[in-house]
Design a protein around this ligand. Structure first.
Ligand SMILES: Nc1ncnc2c1ncn2[C@@H]1O[C@H](COP(=O)(O)OP(=O)(O)OP(=O)(O)O)[C@@H](O)[C@H]1O
Length: 470
């Protein structure tokens, strides 16, 4: 099976697998092949993997497409559509800041993918720049190793995710969390796109919360009563900060962008907008939806990329087919699973699920649980010479995913807007013509600014190290 592909170059080395650029010798198609690090001794084991289970159900232009699953000599390979680079690589190599139009374009696409995914009852749980893959103007969500079905039943597995983008309810070990964790991550990522620096680069879990408090202000009974309870449960006391003016921290961002980021990064998960609501924020005003009835009757092209931001309207015609399609798998040969669109789903019995999930952890890349972390290192303000919110810490430290004992569960609360999304397609409107309506979402309470927080233009060049190669 694998002889059909020629491996060209390793382009990524993740926790669970190494990723290669490869060519399909028969068709000449360039693909990305993820070779899993552990062995899989049966086909059933493979079918139970989260990555397979969730990606099989996803068919969206902004979710990286799983083309094939191959098991050969007990090694498991995922064949994905190939993407040129990830968002972290783009930021790292960037000499100057991205334009707001570029950021809007990317975020609009990611929120569409999230709206699609959340609406179908999945959330990603590990959104970070490395998992957002870019080819030209198109951005796609990758790495569904941690994706969870919103309605899945307990017992819930421990899970691994990346600290800098981790939502406060997860840091505080909430037993119930939901798709709002992806929304928090998007706030942090969006801010990072503007400044090219992580917004909350915590060196540990307590430090992560400390930095969040410093930037968005400590939570109160008014802003997040449940959070105070959660903190009480693990005997954690929030440091007291009133927060800073995000527009000072992110000077290149417009008022609308600042308003959206502050909504996304709300302490209370229920106060964060849903992905479909975020798409309606005034920041995305130039990205206009067109109802199907108003669309020109042109046959959708099978692989048309989505039209976003202010780009050409001609690209948008295929958008709807992606938001309605489903995936199915065809076991074409004994050890090959080809993934085809627009056919029915098959759910695999979850017999060995828990065993697999546990095996899915990478012990050498985990840290002790938050409980232990807090127990052993009670809250301490960073030392005087601590670099502050935008520290010069090694990126690798936060790349190390942490094992937490959170249980994921929630009801899939899908807004009407999200439901409508599947019936809509995209169009591009003019850039901010005329007066803009006020943002629909209220910004968080920004009170004062602390000089401990460096401004982005005062920051030294980014010196983070990453595990991504190529
Ligand atoms: N389809 C693709 N096209 C091109 N590069 C890819 C593709 N998929 C993954 N990569 C590269 O490989 C890297 C690791 O991939 P991925 O995140 O899927 O692996 P992982 O083992 O699950 O990683 P993690 O440590 O984040 O859990 C990505 O950051 C990206 O740079």
């Amino acid at each position: 099976m694998m002889e059909r592909y020629k491996l060209i170059k390793e382009v990524g080395d993740g926790t669970f697998g190494s990723v290669w650029r490869a060519i399909n010798k028969q068709t000449g198609e360039v693909v990305a092949i993820k070779k899993m690090k552990r062995k899989y001794y049966s086909w059933e084991e493979c079918m139970n993997l989260r990555e397979v289970k969730s990606l099989r159900r996803m068919n969206h232009p902004n979710i990286v497409k799983l083309k094939e699953v191959i098991r050969e000599n007990d090694i498991l390979y995922f064949v994905f559509e190939y993407m040129e680079c990830n968002l972290y690589q783009l930021m790292k190599d960037r000499g100057e800041v991205f334009s707001e139009a570029e950021i809007r374009n990317w975020c609009f696409q990611i929120f569409q993918a999230l709206a699609y995914m959340h609406q179908r009852g999945y959330f990603h749980r590990d959104l970070k720049p490395e998992n957002l893959l870019v080819t030209k103007d198109i951005i796609k969500i990758a790495d569904f190793g941690l994706a969870r079905e919103v309605c899945s039943q307990p017992p819930y597995t421990e899970y691994v995710s990346t600290r800098w983008y981790r939502a406060p309810e997860v840091l505080l070990q909430s037993s119930v969390y939901d798709s709002a964790v992806d929304i928090w991550a998007m706030g942090a990522i969006m801010a990072e796109l503007f400044t090219l620096r992580p917004l909350f680069p915590g060196l540990s879990e307590p430090d992560e919360i400390y930095r969040i408090c410093k930037v968005i202000g400590s939570p109160s009974e008014n802003t997040w009563a449940e959070g105070l309870q959660l903190a009480g449960t693990i005997k954690y006391q929030f440091p007291q900060f009133s927060g800073v003016d995000l527009s000072v921290l992110i000077p290149s961002a417009s008022k609308e962008a600042i308003d959206l980021i502050s909504s996304l990064c709300s302490w209370d998960p229920r106060k964060r907008p849903k992905a479909a609501e975020a798409l309606q924020h005034s920041f995305f005003q130039s990205c206009v939806y067109v109802a199907p009835s108003l669309r020109p009757k042109v046959a959708a092209k099978p692989n048309t990329p989505p039209s976003v931001g202010v780009r050409g309207a001609s690209e948008q015609k295929g958008a709807r087919r992606y938001s309605t399609g489903t995936l199915s798998t065809t076991k074409a040969a004994n050890n090959v699973l080809s993934v085809k669109s627009n056919a029915s789903l098959r759910t695999v019995a979850a017999g060995a699920q828990r065993k697999l999930e546990m095996a899915h952890q990478a012990p050498e890349k985990t840290e002790k649980s938050m409980k232990n972390s807090f127990k052993q290192s009670p809250y301490r303000p960073p030392a005087r010479n601590n670099p502050g919110a935008f520290g010069r810490s090694s990126r690798r430290m936060a790349d190390i995913p942490e094992k937490t004992s959170n249980r994921a569960a929630t009801s899939a609360k899908v807004s009407n807007v999200a439901e409508k999304l599947g019936k809509m397609s995209l169009n591009s409107g003019p850039q901010h013509a005329g007066k803009q309506p006020p943002p629909w979402m209220k910004a968080g309470g920004w009170h004062s600014q602390t000089d401990l927080l460096a401004r982005s233009h005062e920051l030294p060049p980014r010196r983070f190290t990453r595990k991504v190669v190529g």
